[in-house]
Design a binder for this molecule. Structure first.
Ligand SMILES: Cc1cc2nc3c(=O)[nH]c(=O)nc-3n(C[C@H](O)[C@H](O)[C@H](O)COP(=O)(O)O)c2cc1C
Length: 401
């Protein structure tokens, strides 16, 4: 969909790197100059993505750190492309198994039988690979590390405009958070010194841990639902004017593009489908006094999740991602050997059991990038100062509306 846009006005990013390669790379382009860069914040985001109850051994090997190669000087962006490298500390164990040069075939490590639920079979067929090693290497959610690094820069830009993004977990397997969470509670999840399942309710989190333990005991895995909330987003990002500029579509695309996310919901999208309109839509009122928001138009509820007609409406943006259970099972499903076509068990490689909190962090990055892109498109500017001036002018305009 990038084709629709003038690339010059876009904040765009791409990633490179294999799961067991030397490093991951994120390249962020189009970011205005003068955005304050807090590297501790970027590294904390990377740390958050590595946490969670039910993660595999790899998270103990790696402590991801962003190595910024370009685009940032003296603590601020300078308007040129930002290249970020995140070294894979495990590379020393893979150098001979996955060399760039031809290497010694005896030392290579094939993924001999495709794992159901992974890209293994479809990828091997598509690219004509003899086994699924190369497929796994790039299809792996290790790639989301680079997204989180890029997304941290998007968050830093949004911060200049008073917008913030956080996530929490509302379901692990059969256990669901049965109450609404406030923005303060969700934000506090991101501040925790220890991250388990990122649920705002302690009793529910304990039951969620029980689901992970059950999966662990039985050689199984578990999925769930995370919720990303964007706070402080003014009305007016995105538009109904063209199908590929709608905020809901762009959010769904960006979050769905994450590994293992199989459904995306905006606001109460799923339950709205089974309700009457009168119970779903958010009535509009006008406050007698100024509120903390720019506009005095108010809502008492936010079933729309902050998006109506493909435009942000000034309420919190609420995006839920539904994760399938992790595909790599310690008690593997049936599969077939690539070389002999004989029936066997799917390959097993060290794996997570539950990743819902980490997926929420990666989804925050995707939502941040989507909003940063739309904010920059709307407010423009080559520097943070210019963008902020345009933003403030717009806020004043809707304040007076
Ligand atoms: C943060 C995160 C970590 C993940 N870790 C694993 C893992 O350790 N093992 C695994 O089998 N799948 C893991 N996945 C999911 C797979 O990457 C994903 O299911 C697979 O690549 C197939 O893609 P698809 O589910 O989008 O179709 C993880 C996903 C996320 C978001």
């Amino acid at each position: 969909m990038q084709g629709r846009y003038n690339l010059k006005n876009m904040i765009r990013f791409s990633t490179a790197g294999e799961s067991h390669g030397e490093a991951l790379i994120a390249l962020v382009q189009g970011m205005p100059a003068g955005v304050t860069v807090d590297l501790d914040f970027v590294n904390r985001e990377l740390w958050r993505r590595q946490q969670g109850y039910g993660r595999g051994g790899r998270m103990k090997i790696e402590t991801d750190k962003a190595h910024v190669l370009s685009g940032v000087r003296h603590g601020k962006t300078i308007g040129s492309p930002i290249a970020i490298e995140i070294v894979n500390r495990d590379w020393k164990n893979w150098e001979e198994k996955l060399p760039v040069a031809a290497g010694d075939p005896a030392k290579h490590q094939a993924v001999a039988s495709p794992r159901p639920g992974h890209a293994d079979l479809a990828g091997a067929l598509k690219y004509n690979f003899p086994d699924a090693r190369y497929v796994l290497e790039r299809a792996s959610a290790r790639e989301s590390t680079a997204r989180v690094a890029a997304g941290a820069f998007a968050k830093l830009m949004l911060r200049e405009l008073g917008m913030e993004i956080a996530s929490h977990v509302i379901r692990v397997g059969r256990v669901e958070l049965e109450r609404a969470a406030t923005w303060e509670e969700i934000r506090a999840v991101a501040e925790r010194g220890e991250i388990e399942l990122s649920c705002v309710d302690g009793e529910t989190e304990a039951r969620m841990k029980g689901e992970v333990e059950h999966a662990s005991r039985t050689g199984d895995t578990v999925g769930g639902v995370f919720e990303v909330v964007a706070h402080g987003v003014p009305a007016g990002l995105g538009t109904y004017a063209n199908w590929d500029e709608r905020l809901d579509g762009l959010l769904a695309w960006s979050v769905m593009s994450l590994q293992a996310v199989k459904a995306v919901e905006i606001g109460r999208g799923v339950t709205a489908a089974e309700s009457f309109g009168s119970a779903v839509h958010d009535a509009i009122h006008y406050a007698a006094q100024a509120t903390e928001k720019p506009t005095r138009f108010t809502r008492e509820q936010n079933n729309a999740g902050g998006v109506e007609g493909g435009i942000s409406n000034g309420e919190e943006i609420v995006v839920r991602g539904y994760l399938k259970p992790i595909s790599t099972l310690r008690r593997p499903l049936e599969s077939v050997r690539f070389d002999t076509r004989e029936a066997t068990s799917a390959s097993y490689e060290r794996s997570d059991i539950c990743v819902v909190p980490a997926a929420g962090v990666a989804a925050e990055a995707m939502v941040a990038m989507t909003l940063a892109n739309l904010a920059h498109e709307k407010f423009g500017g080559d520097s943070a100062l210019e963008m902020k001036r345009n933003f403030d002018g717009y806020i004043e305009q809707i304040r007076r509306f």
